[in-house]
Design a protein around this ligand. Structure first.
Ligand code: ATP
Ligand code: MG
Length: 345
């Protein structure tokens, strides 16, 4: 009964081979990044636990919505997850693109109250409404949305980027940990969502003098066709070959470069990030984005993924953090100076 996106058993998130990663980790900072990555990355057993729950939930949901399919999305599936990452779920009710999400989620909340393996359900009325809940007796948290299918497409895109170069997954995991530790990774508090941060990292890697990444949407338009039937969206990144970059920078160099780029080079008041085009676009071309602090285009829907940042103080805090961390790390070349590792694992 599963879609191609969810084969059984679930496709494992293959841990990167540490021997090949070592080539990018010959200095202390890069080595610290690899160690943190290896300690924190999502394990196959974590994914299996999530997949089992997804399957059980789908069975139970089909008692109410017979034509529903439940997809696992986000960092659990895109190769950028930690052991502690939540599980993002998208419920697709076929033929009902315009269902009232709040109404469906209220019905699900009722249903979930009768399920023995679910607890702490909470309906969150955000722009994309979600039902948040936990697997009973565990710290495994789920965020379920209805028909927000762009998440299925962009999960495949991010997964393909994550697999395009060995350095992507450790670099992004460290940056997500750094942002969380420094309290700039929480869209519900007006700062950056993880998804926004990931697009910022991809943009930096795409626009280096020797790019580490291309635009996969430009190079493989058929794979990332925004109108592809959902059943055709693959669960693996095997459709695109690894990108062979001339850029052999170490992980530490890329982390420093990322901080420096957003601390000193990127012009938020003038530029829009487009991962789709692998470049920045002039903000003046987008009437509706002119007064936004941070403009980052969703690769499929082309709306602003950073709309949560709508207060000057939050925007300033984000900028200050980039500048301060860049300054400190440049001097110390020690990951502990911006992200105390023992507190993070
Ligand atoms: P974490 O490991 O911190 O949970 P994550 O990769 O799951 O990170 P989230 O920001 O929680 O990232 O988002 C989960 C998924 O929801 C994303 O991978 C993406 O598929 C989708 N998503 C989130 N925000 C948006 C958005 N603004 N537009 C479209 N899709 C989004
Ligand atoms: Mg998530």
């Amino acid at each position: 009964p599963s879609s191609p996106f969810h084969p059984h058993p679930p496709s494992p998130v293959v841990p990167s081979s540490s021997t090949s990663l070592q080539a990018y980790a010959k200095d202390k900072l890069s080595d610290q990044m690899v160690k943190l990555f290896e300690a924190c990355q999502q394990q196959t057993s974590d994914l299996e636990r999530k997949e089992l729950c997804r399957f059980q939930l789908q069975e139970d949901i089909r008692r109410v919505f017979a034509v529903a399919t439940l997809y696992l999305t986000g960092s659990s599936m895109n190769g950028l997850g930690c052991r502690s990452s939540d599980a993002d779920l998208c419920l697709v009710i076929k033929g009902h693109k315009r269902v009232d999400a709040i109404h469906v989620l209220s019905q699900l909340q009722q249903l979930f109250r009768s399920l023995s393996y679910v607890e702490k359900t909470q309906l969150i009325r955000a722009k994309v409404p979600i039902l948040r809940f936990r697997k009973k007796g565990s710290d495994l948290e789920f965020d379920l949305n209805v028909n927000n299918t762009v998440g299925i497409r962009n999960t495949f895109l991010l997964r393909s980027y994550a697999n395009a170069d060995l350095r992507i997954r450790p670099l992004i995991l460290v940056i997500k940990k750094w942002a969380r530790h420094n309290q700039i990774n929480d869209a519900s508090k007006g700062t950056l969502s993880s998804y926004t941060l990931v697009l910022m990292v991809l943009h930096y890697l795409q626009t280096l003098k020797d790019p580490v990444l291309p635009s996969l949407q430009k190079d493989f338009p058929d794979c990332f066709d925004p109108y592809l039937d959902l059943d055709e969206v693959p669960d693996r990144a095997t459709r695109v070959p690894p990108y062979l970059s001339k850029n052999q920078s170490s992980l530490g160099e890329l982390l420093l470069g990322f901080l420096k780029y957003y601390a000193t080079e990127f012009r938020w008041e003038k530029q829009v990030i487009s991962v789709r085009e692998a470049r920045s676009l002039p903000k003046a071309d987008f009437q509706e984005w002119r007064h936004k602090y941070i403009c980052i285009e969703e690769p499929f829907e082309r709306n602003n993924v950073a709309r949560a940042v709508h207060e000057q103080v939050k925007f300033d805090a984000i900028n200050d953090q980039f500048f301060e961390s860049w300054r400190i790390l440049q001097r110390s070349k020690d990951l502990n100076s911006i992200l105390p590792v023992r507190m993070t694992i």
